[in-house]
Design a protein around this ligand. Structure first.
Ligand code: GCB
Length: 602
């Protein structure tokens, strides 16, 4: 009988099925990592494509196991990171090589880094986002596993790092899952990999891992909130300073490591799109100092008004995917963010919907600086498995990670729990819980969702029962594109069941940049512009309308959009082409925004 070598079989759902002997700790979550000194690990990483997830096997095939091969060993090894091709991090793998364009599956990353551990300090691997599931090893030790493709996480590496040379291996699996968030089908491209920055963060043993400081709604003259110090004993002193406002406050941590603050701050220049004033905020706790830049403002609703700093505001916006201009692929640089947000400004907008998942922190940082209000959302998109508790837990985890990362951003005013979900009891129960969760995690901002509408071309109803749980109601409609003609909009009557602010979170139609023709000819710039003209007239008749984010700023890659010669793999509803060419509809919307001609209905 021959020798049968039995390697543990790990199937497609290996991340769930194959558990290491001792389960690794859940990832931690640090805040304002982009404001800490870090060892940046961006750059070229070795990579191995692993569609069969062979490297997850135990034993000699384990790609993370490279420290256990003594020199001169005769062990059979069938991989070698050092001879494998390299790939850029951050970056989706799909657009880095034609062979990877449509690849979905397992993929290995490896690199070395030099490090000097310092006594009493802790180290974390910080990952801005890895789509969709990932595992992280340092020097052969599995540090953590994470699910969710668009949020930051941190794996503690304190016990794994050593002086001198260290190896880091990350396995990312972009396989779409029925029980994932999002689920199997989306109208955007499933870019896989380490799509955002990777770094090693060193912090003192006790460090500031979370804080929330915001202006109180009641007086707008007190900064209230807390600073949390991980590992701190009760009574640890914490200070908050805003040097430019000459504010200094002292607090102490309670038994949970949390120091509460109420800081009189009556003279602050409040943040708004017209005045995106950011203050330097210096937090100190023991040996840890964290310096952030923050704006202070309030946002609330009153009847059908949205109040920013107590005054009604109309949101002139646009929806955006995290799609890189000119090259397509995931946005991963300051330059790409600057290009996209430059176009938002050019449009005359004061607001944007970051669809359909949390975007790179570069985006919300830039929004803070440029004075662009933000709707941020999690990818609970179309029909995720609403009946499942584990799917709810995944969506809740993503909301938690999103809120924790961006609650220091004045620009973010709306958390959206879902997009275009079917109206049924399981969905309503799921998303009502999501809305409650968000209100608990962040009582200072507004909760919304992009809802579907129903009715015929004479009467449309906005009465989804989920609206009860929301502060602001978003609704998507495509009159003139998926139903009716552009002129149909002129006679539609809207019936709204709620006295709450409304945002048209999507409307629009497709056009191929440079394709011109008659006003009733689909895919021409003229037809798209005509949709916008009639939409503006229609929307202005809805009394509660307080905002608009038409679909969408720029054409984006989507496997649902194959029409040859027109779509060629891109959703063409952009106001700007993927090559940066503004279409006629851009100027129609720009005029409406610049002349304050949209959303001011009374
Ligand atoms: C929608 C979706 C969005 C799509 C868009 C479209 O309603 O929310 O993700 O891309 O329609 O183009 O059909």
């Amino acid at each position: 009988m021959g020798l049968i070598v039995c390697l543990a079989w790990t199937g497609p759902s290996a991340l769930h099925a194959e558990q290491p002997a001792a389960a690794p700790p859940a990832p931690t979550l640090l805040v304002a990592v982009d404001r800490r000194p870090v060892l940046n690990l961006d750059g070229e990483w070795h990579s191995i494509l692993d569609p069969y997830e062979n490297g997850l096997d135990n034993g000699s095939k384990s790609y993370w196991n490279d420290t256990e091969l003594p020199a001169g060993s005769n062990k059979l090894t069938e991989y070698d990171f050092s001879k494998s091709p390299t790939i850029k991090v951050p970056g989706d793998w799909n657009t880095q090589s034609p062979a990877l364009m449509n690849y979905e599956g397992g993929f290995w990353y490896e690199r070395h880094f030099q490090y000097q551990p310092q006594a009493g300090r802790r180290a974390f691997v910080d990952i801005g986002a890895a789509n969709y599931r990932s595992r992280v090893w340092v020097n052969g030790q599995l540090l953590c596993m994470h699910e969710g493709g668009y949020t930051q996480f941190d794996c503690e590496a304190t016990k794994a790092v050593r002086a001198g040379d260290n190896s880091m291996v990350i396995f990312v699996d972009s396989t779409r899952l029925a029980d994932g968030v999002p689920t199997l089908k989306t109208d955007w491209f499933n870019y896989g990999g380490l799509t955002r920055d990777v770094s090693l963060v060193t912090v003192p043993a006790n460090f500031i891992d979370d804080f929330d400081l915001h202006l109180d709604r009641a007086t707008r003259s007190v900064i209230e909130g807390y600073v949390h110090v991980e590992g701190a004993q009760a009574g640890t002193p914490v200070t908050v300073d805003l040097p430019d406002a000459k504010l200094h406050a002292e607090g102490v941590t309670d038994a949970d490591g949390r120091a509460a603050f109420r800081i009189p701050a009556s003279g602050l220049s409040l943040w708004s799109p017209e005045n995106p004033k950011l203050y330097r905020v210096v937090l100190k706790a023991g040996d840890d100092t964290l310096t952030d830049e923050m704006g202070f403002r309030t946002v609330e609703v009153s009847g059908s008004e949205i109040l920013l700093n107590g005054k009604p505001i109309v949101l002139h916006g646009v929806s955006i995917h995290a799609e890189a201009p000119f090259r397509s692929g995931r946005v991963d640089s300051d330059q790409e963010v600057a290009t996209l947000l430059g176009w938002v400004k050019d449009l005359g907008a004061n607001y944007m919907r970051l669809a359909h998942y949390p975007h790179d922190e570069r985006m919300t940082r830039a929004a803070d600086k440029m004075g662009i209000l933000v709707w941020s959302e999690v990818p609970v998109y179309w029909a995720v498995e609403f009946g499942r508790e584990d799917v709810f837990a995944k969506s809740e985890q993503q909301l938690h990670e999103e809120i924790r990362r961006d609650r220091d951003k004045a620009s973010v005013i709306l958390w959206s729990v879902a997009n275009e979900t079917p109206n049924n009891p399981a969905r309503t129960a799921f998303l009502t819980r999501s809305a409650e969760f968000v209100h608990r995690e962040d009582p200072t901002r507004l909760v919304t969702a992009a809802l579907l509408v129903h009715g015929d071309l004479k009467t449309k109803y906005i009465d989804d029962p989920l609206g009860k749980a929301l502060d602001v109601i978003g609704f998507n409609e495509y009159i003139g594109w998926y139903e009716g003609t552009p002129e149909t909009a002129d006679t539609v009557e809207w019936k709204v069941a709620y006295d709450k602010p409304l945002i048209t979170s999507e409307f629009g139609g497709g056009a191929k940049a440079g394709l011109h023709g008659a006003i009733d000819q689909r895919w021409t710039e003229e037809y798209q512009a005509e949709i916008y003209r009639h939409q503006i007239g229609m929307l202005n008749k809805i009394p509660q309308l307080r905002g608009t984010t038409p679909w969408i700023l720029m054409d984006f890659r989507s496997p649902l959009r194959e029409l040859p010669g027109i779509q060629d793999g891109f959703n063409r509803k952009g106001l700007i082409s993927d090559q940066g060419k503004k279409k006629a509809a851009f100027f129609v919307l720009q005029k409406a925004y610049k002349e304050n001609g949209l959303g001011h209905a009374e």
